[in-house]
Design a protein around this ligand. Structure first.
Ligand code: BDR
Ligand code: CA
Length: 312
C-alpha cells in the first residue's frame, strides 16, 4: 500500500476526498495536514478530525498548518459554497482525538524522512503548507514520491474569478513556488474536474449504503443546492475527490508534461495558471497537467468506493 498524506481545507469535496482515501486499500492514509482555505484553519482542522472520526479512523493524525497565505491574505473565504463551518451546515460528532502537537510542515517532513517507501502527497487546498515544506525542509520535500495537486485550469478559465481556480487564487505565491520546485507533480485542474459530475442518483446510492454514506450525502446537500441555484446544474463537481482518485490509482487521468506559470500579479489575472499547451515540455520544472478524464468511470469509482466504506 502506498503511504499517503492529504493536505486539505475541508471543505465539502475535501471531506469526500478523505473518505475516498479511507475506502481505498491501495493507499495507507498516514497523516492529514490542514490549511486555511475554504474556511479558516480552526474550522478546517476540526472538520478533518471529525471526518476521520466519522469513518472510524480517528487514529490518523491531524496536524494543523498555515493560517494564512504566504504573502498576501486570501481575499475571502468560500463559506457561501461550503457553509460557514465548512461541511455544508452538517455538524458531525466531535472526535475523541486531539490535534497533533506538531506544526503540519514538521509532521510532514518527519513522515517523509522516516518513510521507507515513496509517499504520495495529495494537496487539495491552497498550497501554503507545501510551499513552506519546500522552503524549510527541502530534503524532505525532495522525497515526495508523487504530489497530486487539485488546482489550476488550462482551458476552462477560473471558478473563483474569470481567470483563477480557487486553490491557486487563495495563495498564488505558494502555487508558483510549488509548481516551480521540480517535484513529481500532477496538476488536477478544472479541465478534468468540471466535466466530472456526481449526480443525485450516485449520491443516493452511497446514502443508502450505511450511516457513513448517509452523512457524506448530507454534507453534499449544500453543494448540490449551490450548483442548482448558481449554475442550473443537477449534480456536483467534487474536485478534490477526483484528485484523490489520481493519487490512489496513478494514471486514471491522462496527463501531459507542461510548463506552467502562475500569475502572481495584482491585476485581473491573479492566480491564473498559464499552461503552455503548444508542445509537451522536457523541462525539469514541468508538471504533468491532467488533460483527459473518463468522467463516467471516475464517478463510478467514487460512488462504489463510498458504498463499500459505508457498508463496512
Ligand atoms: C477547489 O476549491 C475548493 O473550494 C474545493 O475544495 C477545491 O479544492 C476547487 O476549485
Ligand atoms: Ca479543497
Amino acid at each position: 500500500r502506498t503511504p499517503l498524506v492529504i493536505d486539505t481545507d475541508p471543505g465539502i469535496d475535501d471531506a469526500l476526498a478523505v473518505l475516498l482515501a479511507l475506502a481505498s486499500l491501495e493507499v495507507d492514509l498516514q497523516l492529514v495536514t490542514t490549511v486555511h482555505g475554504n474556511v479558516g484553519l480552526p474550522e478546517t482542522t476540526e472538520n478533518a478530525l471529525r471526518v476521520l472520526h466519522l469513518a472510524g479512523r480517528s487514529d490518523v493524525p491531524v496536524a494543523a498548518g498555515a493560517r494564512t497565505s504566504l504573502v498576501f491574505p486570501q481575499p475571502e473565504r468560500a463559506g457561501h459554497v461550503h457553509g460557514t463551518a465548512g461541511l455544508g451546515g452538517v455538524v458531525l460528532p466531535p472526535s475523541p482525538a486531539a490535534v497533533d502537537p506538531r506544526p503540519a510542515v514538521v509532521a510532514l517532513a518527519e513522515l517523509l524522512l522516516a518513510s521507507e517507501q515513496p509517499v504520495t502527497v495529495a494537496a487539495i487546498g491552497p498550497l501554503t503548507n507545501i510551499a513552506l515544506l519546500i522552503g524549510v525542509y527541502p530534503e524532505a520535500a525532495a522525497r515526495i514520491g508523487r504530489l497530486v495537486v487539485m488546482g489550476g485550469s488550462a482551458t476552462r478559465g477560473g471558478n473563483v474569478t474569470a481567470a483563477a481556480e480557487f486553490n491557486v487564487w487563495a495563495d498564488p505565491e505558494a502555487a508558483a513556488a510549488v509548481f516551480g520546485a521540480g517535484l513529481p507533480t500532477v496538476l488536477v485542474g478544472l479541465d478534468v474536474t468540471l466535466p466530472t459530475v456526481l449526480t443525485a442518483e450516485g449520491i443516493a446510492r452511497f446514502a443508502a449504503a450505511g450511516p457513513v454514506g448517509d452523512r457524506a450525502a448530507a454534507i453534499l446537500q449544500q453543494y448540490v443546492d449551490h450548483a442548482r441555484s448558481s449554475y442550473g446544474v443537477d449534480g456536483v463537481v467534487v474536485h478534490d475527490a477526483l484528485a484523490l482518485t489520481e493519487a490512489i490509482v496513478p494514471g486514471t487521468l491522462t496527463s501531459v508534461r507542461r510548463d506552467v506559470v502562475v500569475d502572481t500579479g495584482h491585476g485581473a489575472g491573479r492566480g491564473q495558471t498559464l499552461v503552455d499547451r503548444r508542445t509537451p515540455s522536457a523541462s525539469a520544472t514541468a508538471v504533468a497537467v491532467a488533460e483527459d478524464v473518463d468522467s463516467e468511470a471516475a464517478v463510478e469509482f467514487l460512488v462504489s468506493r463510498l458504498c463499500e466504506l459505508a457498508a463496512r
